[in-house]
Design a protein around this ligand. Structure first.
Ligand code: PLP
Length: 388
């Protein structure tokens, strides 16, 4: 008998730090959770109704591997309208099972064994594993609170080698809530052009920008031909469970991704695609209503955290606050475990998003005002008691 059937890369991969934490939460009652990174809203009714109607009409079959043409057309229309970028719905947009699948596909379509993927950290939990499973080597660029967690072009440049192939960006950012300003984005674009890098831009929180407007990397000079934009319906339309996203970019890469997708996934679910068409055509008002509520909660939580002594820079996007807990002297893990045990408040240790998240916790404000107020009250008590 073999020692293990499991592939060595997978064996070496640690399970997600978020999952471990939520296993603890699942065993408890009365927990106020600022943990999960998903909207607390139910998908707006008119979107759900479009899905129900599509089932009544008998839409229960496969779609094209690329996804429904009407959905690709609606996405193409929005990308043109929002950022002035033109993508052909024919071969530049692929509908995927969430941004999660799109991320995996692009890595597998592009990377040769040993190619380096530059990743700003702290970062979304699946970036490094996806790069590794595709044979790539993650190269981490730490970002810092004093820079408002924006990645610096000079820091990227220091890590560029002949093996560098992909620069993976996520703005607005999970877990920090950071956004990119025009100047920084343009510097990064110049660097990508200079060093011939492919930029994967995860813009899943692109619509959740509260001050200033979202900058789409593909719209910057020279970037259209070297950017794969990933986006989806999970966050902006409160559709996490529908599992729908897309990738847009140069035809050569999107076609290669479609090749993998056709053998592994075949297509995204038709019911979700029908609902997404409705979301794009008639869902902007509801989307804005949710964004306005996140914005209200954002102000409340940032002010509250700073008031109780957890220094928090003002996040301008996504739905996360990322305060420092260094004043407590505890590590992120210990802080979160103690807070959960003593006050039943769930937040996520910054280290779940990489070692540079040490000293921080992620608090999701995709939660009701009442929950946020209650969590702040309990956190204040926890801080008071832990000083004694
Ligand atoms: N990218 C980021 C930055 C995320 O935060 C998430 C989910 O939390 C995803 C991708 C996954 O999105 P999807 O639901 O579209 O697979």
């Amino acid at each position: 008998m073999r020692q293990s059937w499991v592939n060595q890369t997978v064996q070496a991969m640690p399970p997600s730090g978020i999952r471990r934490f939520f296993d603890l939460v699942a065993e408890m009652t009365g927990v106020v959770s600022l943990g999960v990174g998903e909207p607390d809203f139910v998908t707006p009714w008119h979107i759900r109704e479009a899905c129900v109607y599509s089932l009544e009409k008998g839409y229960t079959m496969y779609t094209s591997n690329w996804g429904l043409m009407e959905l690709r057309q609606a996405i193409s229309h929005d990308l043109q309208e929002d950022y002035g970028i033109e993508y052909s719905p024919k071969d530049q947009i692929l509908i995927t099972v969430g941004v999660s699948e799109a991320l995996d596909l692009v890595m597998r379509a592009v990377l040769e064994p040993g190619d380096e993927v530059i990743i700003a950290e702290p970062c979304y939990v699946s970036y490094q594993p996806c790069a590794q499973m595709a044979g790539g080597v993650p190269v981490v660029v730490p970002t810092r609170a004093e820079d408002r967690f924006k990645i610096k072009a000079a820091e990227i440049e220091r890590r560029i080698t002949p093996k560098s192939k992909i620069l993976l960006l996520c703005y607005p950012n999970n877990p920090t809530g950071a956004t990119l300003d025009k100047e920084t984005a343009e510097e990064i674009a110049r660097l990508a052009n200079k060093h011939d890098l492919l930029v994967i831009s995860d813009e899943i929180y692109g619509h959740l920008t509260y001050e200033g407007s979202h900058i789409s990397m593909a719209a910057l000079p020279g970037m259209y031909k070297r950017t794969i934009t990933l986006n989806g319906f999970s966050k902006a339309y409160a559709m996490t469970g529908w599992r729908l996203g897309y990738a847009a970019g140069p035809s050569e890469i999107i076609t290669a991704m479609t090749k993998i997708h056709q053998y592994t996934m075949l297509c995204a679910p038709i019911t979700a695609q029908k609902a997404a068409v409705e979301a794009l055509k008639n869902g902007k008002k509801e989307r804005q209503r949710m964004i306005d509520q996140y914005d209200q909660r954002r102000r409340l939580i940032v002010e509250g955290l700073n008031q109780i002594g957890l220094t928090c820079f003002e996040p301008k996007g996504a739905f996360y606050a990322f305060p420092s807990i260094t004043s407590t002297g505890m590590s992120s893990e210990v802080f979160c475990e103690q807070l959960l045990k003593e006050e039943k408040v769930a937040v996520v240790p910054g280290t779940a998003f990489g070692p540079s998240g040490e000293g921080f916790i992620r608090c999701s404000y995709a939660s009701s005002i009442e929950n946020i107020k209650e969590a702040l009250k309990r956190m204040e008590r926890f801080l008071r008691n832990s000083k004694v």
